[in-house]
Design a protein around this ligand. Structure first.
Ligand SMILES: Cc1ncc(COP(=O)(O)O)c(C=O)c1O
Length: 381
């Protein structure tokens, strides 16, 4: 028996017919006592796995001390989270702004770009997804999402992902920012050549444009590095702003912008704000999440297990290609991925689909091990 959600909630989600009751590590337990291997991580949120003991204990401790106070007072919990986040960020990213979700992080990033350049237009890409609030959905040129935001906010142009000439053609002196998902997740886990990221950085430097990476999915260890920004796969390119959410709080809602000193110097009192951003409970979750990833060696784990998974998938005849990086992987089939998704669910393995009907998405916790890969590959075979 499934809970009565459908009776009292808007029918906005296509749900899997299971009810989540509790989670441990890479496992999700349903209310009827079944155990599922979670290769979807609640849409890339359970980065540290479900209910990581260090994260749970930090949240518990903070909840019994102070749940929330606004940004109008100082807080140790907030100071610790900001310092920790900046300490793992590539230079010159040196300041944070905390908010509550990915879409909000992107809205604030675009706003900072407009404030610091005094220009209005944002270039984003075909296939990119940036959220569902007004400005973020207007920056989203994936499928029909943009239509949902009609009338769209003005000041958005679309370029072709991976094609630097298409960006160059638009990049005049009205452009405030170029924003991209460095790996386009919803579009079917699409990556560009390293040269594309390098050329974007050069173009932005040359024309005074702010470069924004939407790392809502790729950030916080998912690719096997803390961020795609500054990583080898991304040609070492560091943008001016990185946006984060999803795995940042291990499930406690939190978003953030990581910002360079140069951009930060244009932002003054009252330019940005949010009631809940930087609240103590979320901040305790952020610090503990980053500590858990570090202490458990999850970045190295992602790289090692990714290699193993790729090698095992080579043995599965129906797999045409594996796209992406680390634990953001798109497995391409000749057949419809939705059928594979369902067949895996029948075998008690949760995966994700994407906008590309042939691509099955994996966004598992960063603590996934070889033994779990075995279960997956055997089921897939
Ligand atoms: C790349 C990317 N950006 C932004 C968002 C929006 O994040 P949120 O749903 O937290 O607003 C998402 C959500 O899936 C995302 O994948």
């Amino acid at each position: 028996m499934l809970p009565s959600e459908d009776q009292f909630q808007l029918a906005t989600y296509k749900k899997m017919p299971i009810a989540a009751a509790r989670g441990v590590d890479v496992w999700l337990y349903t209310s009827d006592g079944e155990k599922y291997l979670d290769l979807y991580g609640g849409h890339a949120v359970a980065g540290t796995g479900h209910c990581h003991p260090h994260v749970v204990s930090a949240i518990r401790e903070q909840a019994s001390t102070l749940l929330f106070y606004s940004n109008l007072v100082y807080s140790e919990a907030r100071a610790r989270a900001a310092e920790k986040l900046v300490s793992i960020a590539p230079s010159p990213l040196a300041k944070t702004f905390f908010c509550n979700s990915g879409t909000e992080a992107n809205e604030n990033a675009m706003r900072m770009a407009r404030m610091s350049t005094r220009r209005e237009i944002i270039i984003t890409f075909s296939g990119g997804f940036h959220g569902r609030t007004a400005d973020a959905i207007s920056a989203t040129f994936l499928g029909k999402y943009r239509e949902l935001g009609k009338p769209n906010v003005p000041g958005h142009l679309q370029a072709e992902f991976g094609n630097i000439e298409s960006v160059r053609a638009l990049a005049d002196d009205t452009i405030a920012a170029i924003m991209l998902e460095p790996i386009q997740s919803m579009a079917g886990v699409r990556m560009a050549q390293p040269d594309f990221y390098r050329s974007l950085r050069e173009l932005c430097d040359e024309r005074g444009i702010v470069l924004i990476y939407d790392e809502v999915q790729t950030g916080v260890g998912r690719t096997g590095d803390w961020f795609f920004a500054g990583s080898e796969a991304g040609a070492g390119v560091v943008p001016d702003i990185v946006t984060l959410a999803k795995a940042l709080g291990s499930g406690v809602p939190v978003g953030a912008c990581l910002v360079s000193e140069a951009i930060a110097s244009h932002i003054k009192e009252n330019d940005l704000g949010t009631t809940f951003g930087g609240g103590m409970l979320a901040m305790a979750a952020v610090t503990a999440t980053l500590e858990a990833i570090e202490t458990d060696g999850m970045l190295a784990n992602v790289k090692r297990v990714e290699r193993y998974l790729r090698s095992r998938l080579k043995e599965v005849e129906q797999v045409k290609a594996v796209h992406g990086l680390g634990f953001l992987l798109g497995i391409e089939f000749n057949d419809k991925a939705a059928r594979v998704h369902q067949a895996l669910l029948d075998r008690k393995i949760i995966t994700g689909t994407s906008s590309d009907p042939r691509v099955l998405r994996l966004l598992p916790p960063l603590c996934l091990k070889e033994e779990h890969v075995e279960l997956f590959v055997n089921a897939l075979s």
